[in-house]
Design a protein around this ligand. Sequence first.
Ligand code: ATP
Length: 199
Amino acid sequence: MYLKSLTLKGFKSFAARTHMVFDPGLSVVVGPNGSGKSNVSDAILWVLGEQSAKQLRGQAMEDVIFSGSSARGPAGLAEVTLVLDNSDGTLPVDFEEVGVTRRMYRSGESEYLINGAPARLMDVQDILHDSGLGKETHSIISQGKLDAVLQAKPEQRRELIEEAAGISKHRRRKERAARKLKSMDENVRRARDLDREIK
Ligand code: ATP
């Protein structure tokens, strides 16, 4: 599996549709200061489901939408599509290519698509988590993150190792199952109370 392409439109400094194609192996993005290199990695984080504006170097999530320049008015929405080559079947879907799109409108409305079909954030996370990609798998190391890792407490460092080893996705599923069990327990208790009242 590898990152095949990235398409940005209305995302941060990328007002016009910008399509980047990557080959297998190492790719390097170069450019002068302030030209938008970090905005490219922000776009990858965002399309993978990042929910924190701070992690995207902004104050509010709307800050990812192109805010306008002297030559161009602000954009009404930000859209990023990331395409992964899945010909080796790393991702648990029957597609040779998996395209994930995230859109966000100024109204705050937001949507995800997987290969063009509407999806939930949970679907995106479920597909990507098994691949080692995804919001919390530290496949993107931003500036300053290395220092944070080196200065992390042992428990935090353990979390990082668990994520890298792929344990965190099982923890996430366990927590989801525990939440469901708890709500089922409450339903059963309510049903028993009703039953007792009727009798
Ligand atoms: P450096 O090499 O200094 O780290 P960089 O190439 O990584 O720089 P970025 O930080 O990606 O540059 O881009 C910064 C530019 O993006 C700034 O000019 C900033 O004004 C612009 N920018 C960020 N958000 C938006 C937005 N919502 N609308 C328009 N421009 C934006």
